[in-house]
Structure formats: C-alpha cells, structure tokens
Design a protein around this ligand. Structure first.
Ligand code: NAD
Ligand code: LMR
Length: 339
C-alpha cells in the first residue's frame, strides 16, 4: 500500500531506468477508459514503469484520451480503442484487464441499484476477455462489486476459462479510506498506517478491522463505531458531495492503480506482494466470495490469509454482513448463469 509514492518516484525516471532493464513487457487494458475513473486511471497506469503497452477501450471517447496520454514521455505505448468492433484488439495479449465500465451512483441510490445496467455491461466485457485474453488477471471495479465479481465467475465458467486465482473485485479504496480516516482520528502520519478491510464492497459488508490497525492506537467503543461507519459510508459521502455528478473517481483511480500495480508486481515475481481484494474464497467465511488479504504472485492470488483476531465489535459486524453479502453474491451468480 505504499505503492503510489514509490510509483510516482519511479515514474519520474521510468523511461531511463526501465527501458534497458529485464522487467517483463506487460500489457494493461482499461475497459471504460474514457470515464470518470478511467481517465485518471489511464494516466496513472501510463506513469507505471512496469507497463509497456496500455490499451484504452470505451464505447466512445478513447481516441482523444489516448492521444492526450500518449504524449507523456514514459514507457507504455498507449492506444485508444472505441466501439465493440475494436474490443478484441484492445484485449489481445493483456496481462491485466481493469474494468471501471458502467454507470455510477447518484444521491439516494445504493450500489445494488446499479445492477440493472452494470450487470449486462460486465457480462459482455468478461465474455470478450475470456475469448481474447483468457489468461489475464481481471480487476473489476464496476459496481455492485459484490455481484459483478460472481457474474464474471459464472461467465468465465461457461466459457471454460475460469481461474479463481485470476479474478479480483477491487476493494482497495476501502483500505485507502480506512487508513486516511484512522490516521486523521489518531493524529498520526498516514504514511505509516495499515488497516485491514474485509468482507465486501457495499455498506455494512465493508468491515474495517481497526483493532488490527498499525501502528496500534487504543480506540474507544464510540471511536471504533464512528470510524467503521465513516469507512462504510465513504462512497456515499463522495456521492452526496458530488450532488448528482457521479461518485468517487480520483481516489478510485488512485486505489485502482495501486491494486493493478500490485497485480503486475506479483506477475513479475516480486515477493511479498499482499493486498486486500474480493476473491473466491473458502477459507475465511461460509461465503463463496469474500474480501481479505491475498498474496499476489505469478499465477495470481497465490494465498488467501485468514482474518486474524477480531474484536467483539468486529465479530458482530462480521455476523451482520453475511446475509447481505450472500444475497448480492447469489444475485450475481443467478444473472451470470442466465442467458
Ligand atoms: P463514468 O460514467 O464516469 O464512466 C464509465 C465509463 O464506462 C463511461 O466512459 C462509459 O462510456 C463506459 N462504458 C459504459 N458501457 C461500456 C461498455 N459496454 N464497454 C466499455 N465502456 C463502457 O463512471 P465512473 O465514475 O468512472 O464509475 C464507473 C463504475 O465504477 C461505476 O459502476 C461505479 O459505481 C464504480 N466504482 C467502483 C468503485 C470501487 O471501489 N470498486 C469506486 C468508485 C466507482
Ligand atoms: C465507492 O466506494 O466510492 C464506490 O463504490 C462508488 C459508490 O457508489 O460509492
């Protein structure tokens, strides 16, 4: 999670330092690249020294975004692809596919209200990814993540290319928020803070584990409640502040870039790359998908860590989140299996 500081420092010397190194060539495709998340995420991936080829796909607008970003003097060759007929070409050879395609919330909506539109978008894009880039690591940002990831799993199963180690729901923004809010509340430097966040990515399914935060600081029960609620409502805080003009885009691009960078470093064989992410998981709960700490390696999710010791308050939160998360996962499975 120290990633982006390191990332931006490396980006400054990216073209010189990495052009002659033995770092593998890595292609990243962003689907939904002309959107609120897609554009700043494309910028950050263009700054990533491990990316050699950056494909920016959207239904429209990507030629302009790609022309703009391609002038930056960093390593990644950047191309724009617009319209379904260019999707296959955008995906071909991708190592990591990041999907922020779909509609965002407006005030008063839940993430589940996005299901109607985004479920079909994700289904179509995953189907194309299965055909054109079957071995890629899939980073799903489109909401509702608790359902879009199970949808993706079902589509991939039907296509015969499902590898649970390569399918990820991006929950990094919850961790980014929890670290920021904890550091602010305790008056400590955010650069040194780690906070596990587990469960899913909507309301009470987002479960920050402040009892395991480092550096450890005592929290009163009231403080734990307030920090947990702020983390769970972080997305809504932004949706309300944007007042009808969408949801988190810039902080999400940052979080998405951190997670994609971790995926690439894992693929490249860097040791000890660990992030929290929503994956198929049989070890941490009774549910088939759950977000927890995962070790990323050359084959994707190589190890899923257990949740560690929870406080009584967190144990109660874990019990409470199961029904909602289960119902969102089941809804995704059902849609993924249909038609
Ligand atoms: P946006 O409307 O600004 O951008 C979405 C982009 O997707 C648009 O450019 C649109 O043209 C494109 N798109 C639509 N259908 C497509 C298709 N079939 N193929 C390719 N591209 C397509 O929205 P945004 O603010 O960027 O948010 C995108 C999604 O990310 C939303 O569902 C939002 O809820 C979600 N989100 C998730 C997290 C998270 O933590 N996982 C955080 C923030 C937002
Ligand atoms: C977030 O957490 O910011 C995203 O899931 C977007 C949203 O709708 O809140």
């Amino acid at each position: 999670m120290r990633g982006l500081l390191r990332l931006s420092q490396q980006a400054l010397t990216a073209s010189r330092a990495y052009s002659s190194s033995s770092t593998p060539e890595r292609k990243v495709a962003i689907l939904g690249a002309a959107g609120g998340i897609g554009q700043p995420l494309a910028l950050l991936m263009k700054m990533n020294p491990y990316v050699s080829d950056l494909a920016l796909y959207d239904i429209q607008g990507t030629p302009g975004v790609a022309a703009d970003i391609s002038h930056i003097n960093s390593k990644a060759k950047t191309r724009g692809y617009a319209g379904e007929e260019q999707l296959g070409e955008a995906l071909k050879g991708a190592d990591v596919i990041i999907i922020p395609a779909g509609v965002p919330r407006k005030p008063g909506m839940t993430r589940d209200d996005l299901f109607k539109i985004n479920a079909s978008i994700v289904k179509g894009l995953i189907s194309a990814a299965a055909e054109h880039a079957p071995g890629a690591l899939l980073n799903i940002i489109s909401n509702p993540v608790n359902s879009t990831v199970p949808i993706a799993a079902e589509v991939l199963k039907q296509k015969g290319t499902y590898d649970p180690k390569r399918l990820f729901g991006v929950t990094t923004l919850d961790v980014v928020r929890a670290r920021t809010f904890y550091a602010e509340a305790k008056g400590i430097s955010v650069a040194d803070v780690e906070v596990p966040v587990v469960g899913g990515h909507a309301g009470v399914t987002i479960l920050p584990l402040f009892s395991q935060a480092t550096p450890h600081k005592d929290l009163s029960h009231e403080e734990a409640i307030a920090l947990t609620k702020r983390t769970q409502d972080g997305g809504t805080e932004v949706v309300q502040a944007k007042a009808g003009k969408g949801s988190a885009t810039l902080s999400m691009a940052y979080a998405g870039a951190l997670f994609a960078d971790a995926c690439i470093r894992g693929l490249n064989g860097e040791p000890d790359v660990e992030e929290f992410t929503f994956v198929e998981s049989k070890v941490v709960s009774e549910l088939p998908f759950f977000s927890s700490k995962v070790k990323l390696g050359p084959t994707g999710a190589e190890k899923i860590f257990d949740l560690g010791k929870l406080s009584e308050f967190e144990e109660a939160g874990l019990k409470d989140l199961i029904p909602e998360l289960k119902s969102s996962i089941d809804k995704g499975f059902e849609f993924g299996r249909s038609g």
